[in-house]
Design a protein around this ligand. Structure first.
Ligand code: ASP
Length: 339
């Protein structure tokens, strides 16, 4: 029996062509994309396609689009063995993270892929990415269960856990990295699936609302906190991801300390993640992180910025009070953090 795979086309470079007037790349019709890859008809999978009415450059993606992607998966969950989401690479790590929280406990693959060069160009990376992503979405264990049972990103011969991934290169084919978690699979002559730590055991739980009253503050030496006064304006802002130095350190600035204490005192949630590409936050390791610990800032361990932001949007939408949001933020929900 051929596996049934649903291809969800949202846009991205893979399906773009040059606008003859401006010379810029813009998203194009999905039929054009399919015409470029006749190999899809020869695969050992039954492929159906749905497309966003207006394909998007992924810079335009909003939480409403994540909801649309997740709901397309949910409404077709029983009908298909796996899902491939064609998406621009720029914000793919955010979308894959968001869907990992929205689709908790799935036992089927949701594989994001795209490309750095449009499918119509001779050296495109899009063909290999799409064909292998479909193969992964169709892959089954001998007992019939899916090999991959989560939201993941396939790009340039590697399959990554979606909520562990960041885009690291604007022009290399190897555009993604998962610095704090090993690849789920590597594609060579064969696709070699790794024996990863499983995600936490979970019941299937779909929840697709997000609240975007969240902010991201990246600190730097000499930062003028006066300029960020409005950022700590609860309840306009309900949650803040703060990107700190090294293992969660920052300047011992009294204004920042006051802002944090007031914001958290009123019910805001602040989570500390590192600016480093790899490694984790450990508040209390250095004196320089005590400003956060004392104010009640949560340690974000090794969360990527993409996972931290989408997890916070999800938690604020789902829970009524900051205690529940904080408890959720510190738990490993779907393999996004090592705790
Ligand atoms: N700007 C494009 C997008 O994210 C880049 C890509 O697809 O790789 O939609």
């Amino acid at each position: 029996m051929k596996a049934k795979v649903l291809l969800i086309y949202t846009g991205g470079t893979i399906g773009m062509i040059n606008d003859p007037k401006t010379g810029a790349l813009s998203a194009f019709d999905f039929r054009y994309l399919l015409d470029q890859i006749p190999e899809l008809n020869r695969m050992n999978a039954d492929i159906s396609v749905v497309s966003f009415d207006k394909p998007l450059d992924s810079s335009e993606i909003l939480p409403a689009d994540w909801k649309k992607m997740a709901e397309t998966v949910i409404s077709n969950y029983e009908l298909y063995d796996g899902f491939v989401i064609l998406h621009g690479s720029d914000t793919m790590a955010y979308s894959a993270s968001a869907l990992s929280f929205m689709l908790q406990g799935i036992t089927k693959p949701v594989i994001f892929t795209g490309s750095q060069l449009p499918i119509g160009t001779i050296r495109t990376d899009g063909k290999e990415n799409l064909i292998t992503a479909v193969e992964i979405a169709a892959a089954k264990n001998p007992d019939g269960s899916a090999v991959i049972q989560e939201a993941a990103i396939y790009f340039e011969y590697s399959l990554y856990r979606g909520n562990r991934t960041s885009k690291v290169s604007a022009n290399h084919f190897e555009a993604f990295k998962s610095p704090n978690y090993p690849e789920l699979a590597v594609a060579g002559v064969q696709i070699s699936y790794q024996n990863n730590q499983p995600k936490p055991e979970k019941e299937l739980h779909f929840f697709t609302d997000l609240d975007n009253h969240v902010a991201l503050l990246k600190i730097f030496p000499g930062i003028n906190f006066e300029l960020y006064k409005n950022l700590f304006n609860y309840p306009e802002v309900k949650g803040i991801v703060i990107e700190t130095f090294g293992s969660g350190n920052g300047p011992s600035n009294s204004q920042l300390s006051r802002y944090l204490i007031d914001f958290i005192g009123k019910g805001g949630v602040v989570i500390n993640i590192t600016q480093c590409l790899s490694g984790n936050v450990e508040q209390g390791k250095y004196e320089a992180s005590n400003i956060f610990k004392k104010a009640g800032v949560l340690g974000g361990a090794d969360l990527t910025a993409e996972a931290a932001i989408t997890k916070l949007m999800y938690a604020i939408a789902r829970f009524d009070n900051s205690k529940q949001v904080s408890a959720f933020m510190q738990k490993n929900i779907c393999g996004e953090m090592s705790v």
